[in-house]
Design a protein around this ligand. Structure first.
Ligand SMILES: [Zn+2]
Length: 354
């Protein structure tokens, strides 16, 4: 079974990657992301459906996300094979000075932001007799390079996993030309990790059981439809998550007046656009807090691969792990932190043979 199909992907992300492959007349891939699935959840919680899935395939125990560790940039790295500076989705919130355009999680459908790269669903669909299908992977409801998946769902976080799964399996099962690349995205366990904190074992156990049941339902559905032997399934994630603490707070208002800059993106890597005097803003921030590194764009270390794009702001702030950057206020709502992975940023080339 494992030698029947060959699947090669280049990924740089955090979390687990597990892969199952069957016999097929054509190569078909279903790429599934459970947002914010930290690699060690697999060891620390009982996840029988996921374990069964892994036993049928292969497991990469740890992979490293791109810098910065946000959802949109990393999901686009997974499907383009590019660092963020190269594919252009450099943050969850972006601003481009030339065009005055803004990008956010609620305003993400302008192809302008996505057209610097070609995601795999576009490449797949541009081949003869192939279709792509998507159940809510970031960017799949946008016309990128004039191509949108033949089957796609407009992003809506309130649509259940079951509905997404029903759609994607239906499309995989009933399409001519066939769907040869499909994506399935689910917001958990990221949403609960943000809400409760990844260290909240009781609440995380509940949500991870739900995630595991989703994997069980997906496997069952693929088998029931007779798709299981004809598809490669990859289950992965975009980044990990770590606890932050109310006393580990970096308050920008203590160091600099808000009139001096625009906060384009927030913690744990904050993007600063100075209003007038860049050096003045930089110097104030540089001396703000010993738990925050401050880089001029041109000083950002090469190992971050986060420099060559005009959407990267002139000053970048990087909080140490466990610390949170705010303008003011407390941490009553914040119980999460995406690790910035500054010591771990390595381009990893994984080749999966399924
Ligand atoms: Zn995410």
């Amino acid at each position: 079974m494992l030698s029947a199909m060959k699947l090669m992907l280049t990924l740089f992300l955090s979390g687990i990657v597990a892969c199952y492959g069957g016999n097929a007349n054509y190569n078909s891939i279903l790429l599934v992301s459970f947002d914010g699935f930290r690699a060690d959840y697999l060891k620390n919680y009982r996840l029988p459906h996921l374990q069964e899935f892994i036993e049928d395939g292969v497991l990469v125990e740890h992979v490293t996300n791109a810098f910065i560790t946000k959802t949109f940039p990393n999901h686009y790295s997974i499907v383009t094979g590019l660092y963020e500076e190269s594919h252009g989705i450099v943050a969850n919130a972006m601003y481009e000075e030339d065009t005055k355009k803004k990008f956010s999680e609620l305003n993400d459908t302008d192809p302008f932001w996505w057209n610097e790269a070609t995601p795999i669903w576009v490449t797949n669909q541009q081949q003869e007799n192939r279709r792509s299908a998507a159940a809510m992977w970031p960017g799949t409801d946008v016309k990128i390079n004039n191509t949108i998946p033949h089957f796609f769902m407009k992003y809506n976080h309130s649509v259940t996993f079951e509905e997404r799964m029903e759609n994607i399996t239906m499309w995989l099962n009933n399409s001519s030309p066939p769907v040869t690349f499909a994506t399935l995205y689910w917001e958990e366990p990221d949403a609960s990790g943000h809400k409760y904190g990844p260290g909240d074992k009781e609440n995380m156990r509940k949500v991870l059981e739900q995630v595991d049941n989703h994997i069980g339902s997906l496997t069952y559905k693929l088998k029931a439809l007779g798709l299981w032997e004809n598809i490669n399934v990859i289950i992965t994630s975009d980044h990990g998550m770590t606890q932050c603490f109310p006393h580990k707070l970096i308050k920008l208002d203590d160091c600099i007046g808000r009139g001096n800059y625009t906060l384009v993106d927030t913690t744990p890597v904050a993007a600063i656009l100075p209003k007038n005097n860049k050096k003045y803003v930089y110097n104030l921030l540089k001396n703000c807090n010993t738990s925050m590194k401050v880089y001029l764009k041109e000083e950002i270390p090469d190992r971050f691969h986060y420099h060559h794009n005009k959407r990267i702001q002139p000053i970048i702030l990087v909080a140490d792990e466990g610390w949170t950057i705010v303008q003011n206020g407390s941490l009553t709502k914040c119980k999460y932190f995406h690790p910035s992975c500054s010591w771990w940023l390595i381009l990893l080339n994984f080749y999966f043979y399924c």
